[in-house]
Ligand binder design. Structure first.
Ligand SMILES: *[C@@H]1O[C@H](CO)[C@@H](O)[C@H](O)[C@H]1NC(C)=O
Ligand SMILES: *[C@@H]1O[C@H](CO)[C@@H](O)[C@H](O)[C@H]1NC(C)=O
Length: 274
């Protein structure tokens, strides 16, 4: 039966409004309803699946996230490579490591847009995880990394942040990443002092840097933002931000960081006239 588009749109719209207000559970309910109503409207289904995947990751509900992304990986025309990577980390995080390994192999096969930075990142990450043979904790770290890069950590509840904070990863090549993510989690939890320490550790991690060149500039930026927020360290914060901008090049998501640095510096100018 054909469901009038306006009903589906209404559910989808309520879902998006709930996400914006951080009511993740009501958002999920709306998107599930809309998904059912949109049984013959592929594009709307994909919007719903995307949102269900993200809300489920924010909720650390890895199983639901992986099912949503798996369908997108199979059906979407946008980036099956990226969805395959999200499927893999969520599937591994849910405990199905064999399944995750199979999907990580697909990531390379689905790599179509060679100049797309998200697909490049997905391929690099999937290869890395296959090389070290992924553990559940490493896959969870992969999910947290995606939440961090897409600025969704700040939308996670304190309960979920607490769970993330307790993860254990010993893989040496991921040490820098672990410190960067831990710093960001601590910052979201309001524990600024420990966050600063974690960012400093991330900056010092030379080994991880060779594999993961974005960690250092991002950690320098994070430290800069924290310093910028306190009147007595504004100048120091500013110099960290400039360092993050000027001292590094050729890393993943470089443009994205430049945009963030630019807006951090611009927000400072509003407060402190130069
Ligand atoms: C996420 O959190 C930020 C900062 O608290 C807020 O501005 C933004 O609207 C939130 N986004 C969503 C999708 O909930
Ligand atoms: C996706 O495709 C794979 C391989 O064809 C299949 O095994 C799996 O059941 C499909 N999953 C979904 C959710 O469509």
């Amino acid at each position: 039966p054909h469901t009038p588009v306006r009903f589906v749109q209404k559910e989808t719209k309520s879902g998006i409004q709930s996400v914006m207000h951080c009511h993740i559970n009501s958002a999920l309910a709306c998107f599930h309803d809309a998904l059912e109503l949109a049984s013959d409207q592929r594009e709307i289904q994909h919007v719903c699946l995307y949102e269900i995947g993200w809300c489920s990751m924010i909720e650390l509900n890895f199983e639901d996230a992986f099912r949503a992304f798996e369908r997108l990986k199979n059906e979407s025309r946008w980036s099956q490579c990226y969805y395959a990577y999200l499927t893999g980390v969520c599937q591994g995080a849910s405990g199905d490591l064999d399944g995750a390994n199979r999907v990580f192999k697909d990531v390379q096969k689905l790599f179509k847009r060679k100049n797309n930075q998200i697909e490049q990142f997905a391929v690099k990450r999937a290869d890395r995880l296959r090389k070290v043979s992924p553990t559940r904790q490493l896959c969870i770290l992969g999910v947290i990394e995606v939440l961090y890069l897409w600025k969704a950590l700040q939308n996670c509840s304190s309960t979920k942040l607490q769970i993330m904070n307790q993860g254990h990863v010993d893989e040496p090549s991921c040490r820098g990443l672990k410190h960067l993510l831990l710093g960001s989690i601590l910052k979201c939890q309001g524990n600024i002092r420990d966050a600063v320490q974690s960012f400093q550790q991330a900056i010092r991690d030379e080994y991880g840097r060779q594999i993961n060149s974005y960690i250092q500039p991002y950690a320098v930026y994070e430290l800069g933002c924290i310093l910028l927020a306190k009147p007595e360290t504004v100048a120091k914060g500013r110099s960290f931000l400039l360092q993050a901008k000027e001292d590094f090049t050729g890393y993943d998501f470089e443009n994205r960081l430049h945009v963030r640095i630019h807006s951090a510096l611009a927000s400072m100018k509003e407060v402190v006239p130069q």
